[in-house]
Design a protein around this ligand. Structure first.
Ligand code: G3I
Length: 434
């Protein structure tokens, strides 16, 4: 990956989120590769297939985007707003292009779709939320990308060894696709939210077999509907959840049995399952320039150098307790060094916790604007996902380390009545180049 010519790499990144060779909006491709489901006897669930949504992309950017046609059928490509093309201003490192904002937009989603190149605007969606009409309306109007908050984790999908339960995840995925939203699979290999049986595995053979069966079945089941995956989540730990002190590999059933190679293994299995999927590593408190971010940078650099099939890194961007605090400049520098490895970067789980006033109201607004801007200007930053829709449903409200003590974390873009907050306006400003 590192040896590929830079222009080809940039072209590939831009095309991955929507490009065309003519700029007049080609027909949607079919989603996924149409391969058969995974091996190992997945049970239950319908594998409803659907073709991708419209893939009318913006015209190719004026700088170094090449003419490779890469219509992937993703449901979120721009509807072809003729925003001006980038001109290779070299505003970011290495003489790179910058993303151009839409001329006008009335939702976050539209601002992302009309930017050039487009950028996905995402939200964590919960099955419970989809029972609420206001939640669904705001979620679909404002976002083009969905991450299931809990429903695609190992304990939800494989509660018993080799027995899969697809219902809750299918509901979210099918709802997303019916609203022309793309889905990121979250998450294939994670130490947390494992069923008891998985935590009891021991020995390299057992653990490797379980990883393989899980990835093959899950990616196989969603093959025609999901082509971006968090393959490994949160494999690194520090003394503090803020990313400071003695960064190291996290003990887990996976690491304990296989050592660090469980990460390469998971990516290799995922690549075997889908040669065209985007495969990501995802972690928290790597948003700032801190011990954990440095350690993860070296880890990812090593993977790229070894030829491990990784396409990008998700920076969760949980700002405030229990995680790190980071300003826009710090985030920009950090994203840049990962992108310079030839990878996509994503803001994958953003929220900013106000509990205990550790982040003040003013700081929250500033961080929302500046961090979103740091990603938005980089063409290699392909998505910004917020971890929830409205404050009342935030995971932070009930997470002890978040210091909320039963209060609302006030961490998101919409209040409990689903009205836009000032945080929403700051995000919109950043997406519109203001
Ligand atoms: O499903 C059970 C339910 O049966 C039980 O009655 C109830 C009682 O507490 O718990 C329910 O499980 C909860 C689950 O969310 C589903 O609601 C767990 O207790 C709770 O711990 C779990 O929290 C989730 C957390 O991941 C677990 O680590 C949060 O909702 C979810 O937002 C959070 O998401 C993670 C990302 O996946 C990875 N990055 C960090 C992020 C925030 O922690």
């Amino acid at each position: 990956m590192r040896s590929a010519p830079f222009t080809l790499l940039l072209s590939a990144f831009l095309c991955a989120i929507g490009c065309s060779d003519g700029g007049d909006g080609g027909a949607g491709g079919t989603g996924g590769q149409g391969a058969t489901g995974g091996t190992g006897g997945a049970t239950g669930g319908t594998t409803s297939t659907s073709t991708g949504g419209t893939d009318a992309s913006t015209s190719a950017t004026g700088s170094a985007t090449g003419s490779t046609s890469a219509s992937t059928g993703d449901a979120t490509s721009s509807t072809g707003d003729a925003t001006s093309s980038t001109s290779g201003t070299g505003g970011t490192g290495g003489g790179m292009a910058v993303r151009t904002p839409a001329a006008s937009a009335s939702t976050l989603r539209e601002a992302g779709e009309k930017a050039n190149p487009p950028i996905l605007i995402g939200a964590a969606i919960s099955g419970g939320g989809l029972n609420n009409g206001d939640y669904k309306r705001v979620a679909a109007a404002e976002h083009s990308y969905v991450t299931a908050e809990n429903e695609m984790k190992w304990d939800a999908l494989e509660p018993n060894p080799g027995q899969f339960s697809w219902g809750a995840a299918d509901n979210i995925v099918n709802w997303a696709r019916s609203n022309n939203m793309k889905v990121k699979g979250h998450t294939l290999v994670w130490h947390n939210q494992l069923p008891g049986w998985a935590n009891s595995l021991s020995g390299a053979t057992q653990v490797e077999q379980a990883i393989r069966r899980h990835i093959e079945n899950v990616m196989g089941h969603f093959k025609d509907r999901i082509d971006t995956w968090d393959v490994v989540n949160e494999a690194v730990i520090t003394n503090s959840d803020t990313g400071v002190g003695n960064p190291r590999m996290r003990p887990s059933v996976f690491f304990n049995a296989l050592g660090e190679r469980f990460i390469d293994l998971a990516f290799q299995i995922a690549r075997e399952q889908d040669p065209n999927a985007k495969l990501y590593y995802n972690d928290y408190s790597i948003d700032a320039l801190n011990d954990k971010a440095d350690f993860v940078y070296e880890m990812i650099k090593g993977m790229v150098e070894r030829g491990v099939p990784i396409d990008g890194v998700g920076f969760q961007m949980h700002i405030g307790p229990p995680n790190n605090e980071a300003g826009g400049a710090d985030v920009a520098a950090n994203l840049r060094r990962f992108a310079d490895l030839g990878l996509e970067v994503l803001i994958s789980e953003m929220d900013i916790n106000r509990c205990s006033n550790q982040v003040t109201a003013e700081e929250q607004l500033e961080y929302y604007h500046d961090i979103v801007e740091a990603c938005f200007v980089m063409p290699e930053c392909t998505a910004i996902t917020f971890w929830g829709i409205n404050d009342g449903r935030s995971w932070l409200n009930s997470w002890s380390g978040a210091l909320c003590n039963g209060q609302s974390s006030q961490s998101l873009l919409f209040n409990d009545q689903y009205q836009k907050k000032e945080t929403y306006n700051k995000v919109m400003d950043a997406l519109m180049g203001r």
